[in-house]
Design a protein around this ligand. Structure first.
Ligand SMILES: [Zn+2]
Length: 268
C-alpha cells in the first residue's frame, strides 16, 4: 500500500507534466469510481498537483466563461497508479483516462480499491491529522499529540487523525531508527525518546522520498518505474535476519492484525 513517500513521489513527478495543461475530457471506465455525479472537466486547466496525506490532489481551474474551481482527490489504496502518457496506447486495468491538450493521465488499478473524491478546493480536501513533513510538525507538537495517550507506539503512528500518511512499512522503520519498541505506550516516552521519534519520522520519510519510495509488491511511480528505498529497509520484511545496528535477530509480531518488524535487542 503506498504511504506518504510513494504518494509524494507520484505528485512530484506529475506536477511538471500536468500543471498548465488543459483537460479535454475525463472518461471513467469503472463504475466503482463514479462517486456521486462526475463533473464535466472539458476546458479546465490543471493548476496544482500535490499530496495531501496519502492522496494525490489535482487542482482544476474553472472552464472558460463558467463554473468554479474543483479539486479531485485520488486515493491509490493497494494497487492504484497515476501514469502520464505522452501519446495514445492501451494499458491493462485502466479505470479512468484524462485526455489532456497534450498527452493523457491514466488511472490504472488492478485491485480496484482506489477512489476518486471531488471537492470544491484543496482546502476542503485537507485531512484532520497533521502532515509529518509540514513545518508545523515540531518536536513540541509531537509532545502535545502523544501526551496522555494510552496506545502502543506502532498503533499510534498508524492513526491518521494524529499524523497522516504513515503505514506499516514506515512505522516499523521509524521505530527501529528511534530505538523504540513498537509495544511502548506512547505516554511513557520521555523527552529524549520523543525527540528521537520526531527526528526519525522526518528523516526516514525524507530519505524515502529522495529514493522515490519503496516498492515491495506493487508500487510504481508516474513513469511506471519502481521505487528504490527497499534497499534501505532496516527491519520491514527482514524477519530472522540480523539487525544492522546490534546484530540481534529481527522479529515479526502482529499488532492490530498487521505485521510489525523490530529488533527486540536494541528497541526498548
Ligand atoms: Zn538491534
Amino acid at each position: 500500500m503506498p504511504e506518504l513517500p510513494e504518494v509524494e513521489t507520484v505528485a512530484r513527478q506529475l506536477r511538471p507534466l500536468l500543471i498548465g495543461r488543459t483537460v479535454r475530457s475525463l472518461r471513467i471506465l469503472d463504475p466503482l469510481l463514479r462517486n456521486g455525479r462526475t463533473p464535466r472537466l472539458g476546458g479546465r486547466p490543471i493548476r496544482g498537483v500535490r499530496r495531501s496525506g496519502k492522496r494525490v490532489l489535482l487542482e482544476l481551474g474553472p472552464a472558460p466563461g463558467r463554473s468554479r474551481p474543483l479539486c479531485l482527490a485520488v486515493h491509490l489504496r493497494m494497487t492504484g497508479r497515476l501514469i502520464w502518457r505522452p501519446s495514445a496506447g492501451s494499458v491493462d486495468h485502466l479505470r479512468a483516462r484524462f485526455e489532456l491538450d497534450r498527452g493523457a493521465l491514466l488511472f490504472v488499478d488492478m485491485r480496484r480499491f482506489g477512489t476518486f473524491d471531488w471537492y470544491p478546493s484543496a482546502f476542503a480536501a485537507a485531512p484532520t491529522g497533521i502532515d509529518p513533513l509540514a513545518r508545523e510538525f515540531t518536536a513540541r507538537r509531537l509532545d502535545a499529540l502523544v501526551d496522555g495517550t494510552r496506545q502502543d507506539a506502532k498503533a499510534w503512528l498508524l492513526r491518521q487523525d494524529r499524523l497522516v500518511g504513515l503505514g506499516n512499512i514506515y512505522a516499523s522503520e521509524i521505530l527501529w531508527a528511534s530505538r523504540l519498541s513498537p509495544r511502548r505506550e506512547v505516554r511513557s516516552l520521555d523527552r529524549g525518546e520523543r525527540r528521537r521519534l520526531h527526528r526519525a519520522i522526518r528523516r526516514i520519510l525524507s530519505r524515502a522520498i529522495e529514493n522515490c519510495g519503496t516498492t515491495f509488491a506493487n508500487f510504481q511511480d508516474a513513469h511506471g518505474v519502481e521505487g528504490s528505498y527497499q534497499r534501505f529497509l532496516a527491519v520491514y520484511g527482514r524477519e530472522g535476519e540480523r539487525c544492522r545496528r546490534c546484530g540481534g535477530a529481527i522479529r515479526r509480531i502482529v499488532q492490530q492484525q498487521r505485521s510489525t518488524f523490530f529488533c527486540a535487542a536494541c528497541q526498548r
